[in-house]
Design a protein. Structure first.
Length: 301
């Protein structure tokens, strides 16, 4: 009699969980669709296309904004749209792929709100604050939702040699390559005669420095330590960090290229080549990280 009770109660439990899981995936997919459209809208309204949003920034930073909008429109928005389709199709790799675009969107939108010189330079970007705020909250919601849906125990384990290689060598090397530039930049910004590049956008500089050194660098280093000690959470943060780097790298390269095309005094062909090489390395690293997950998902796990 007790066995019969168990058999009849088990399907009820499954029936409650499946609709809940499906609803969460549909909600995440809808959020990703809205985020992709929102990123595209901000890029089109900015100086790249319609020039409706006039950011309170210098000409140098405006050129950088053009490159950032180009990366968002040509790379990040289509990628976010593709991840939304994978989510709605219940692809097992979709939550892991969501973390990178969500982190990039929050990172970019924070710069658009906090970076402009509201007192010193004319513009109208404050009129679009509610749009920036809505997309910032949406990016956070999408990221948290994807994080909660990631079941590490149900995903393929990272090979110990691969995890050790990433934690001991690759992540520290990337940290040095991506964030090492801040050491001379902070010395320059704190001096009595900072460079022209810093004077062109000091608020933007400190906003990005706070995000990079206060959020993403500690996350990257914690991930390296977690991988070396076999912590399950480190696999989640690895997907987040690698996805974010793979999007930020091309965006920085696009910013440098836009400055060079506009003949900005602070640009140089060498800077474009250097940022381009770094972008290729960051994308290659993300492919290296995500490849086992995509191979596993193709086998129908």
């Amino acid at each position: 009699m007790s066995s019969q009770a168990i058999n009849t109660s088990s399907p009820r439990t499954v029936d409650r969980r499946l609709p809940l899981s499906l609803a969460r995936e549909q909600l995440l997919g809808a959020g990703l669709l809205a985020l992709a459209l929102g990123l595209a809208l901000v890029s089109v309204l900015g100086p790249l296309v319609l020039d409706v949003i006039h950011y309170r920034v210098s000409e140098t930073v405006r050129d950088q904004t053009v490159g950032l909008d180009l990366a968002s429109l040509a790379l990040v928005a289509p990628l976010t749209l593709g991840v939304a389709v994978l989510t709605l199709r219940r692809h097992p790799a979709a939550p892991a792929l969501t973390l990178g675009p969500a982190a990039y969107a929050a990172y970019m939108l924070a710069q658009y709100v906090l970076g402009p010189e509201y007192v010193r330079i004319p513009g109208n970007n404050e009129r679009f604050f509610l749009l920036f705020l809505a997309l910032f909250v949406l990016a956070g919601f999408v990221g948290v939702c994807a994080w909660s849906m990631l079941d590490v125990s149900a995903l393929p384990a990272i090979d110990e040699r691969r995890a050790r290689r990433i934690g001991r060598y690759l992540l520290p090397l990337l940290a040095l390559a991506v964030f090492g530039r801040y050491l001379p930049a902070l010395v320059d910004a704190s001096g009595n005669n900072p460079s022209a590049g810093y004077r062109a956008g000091p608020t933007f500089f400190w906003t990005i420095a706070l995000l990079d050194l206060g959020v993403f660098l500690p996350t990257l280093l914690a991930t390296a330590v977690g991988l070396r000690h076999g912590r399950p959470w480190a696999r989640k943060t690895l997907w987040l960090v690698s996805g974010w780097l793979a999007l930020v790298g091309p965006a920085v390269c696009a910013m440098a290229a836009a400055m060079e095309i506009k003949h900005d005094p602070g640009s140089s062909p060498g800077g474009v080549v250097l940022t381009g090489a770094l972008a290729v390395a960051l994308v290659a690293f993300a492919v290296y990280v995500y490849r086992p997950l995509t191979q596993w998902s193709r086998t129908g796990a």
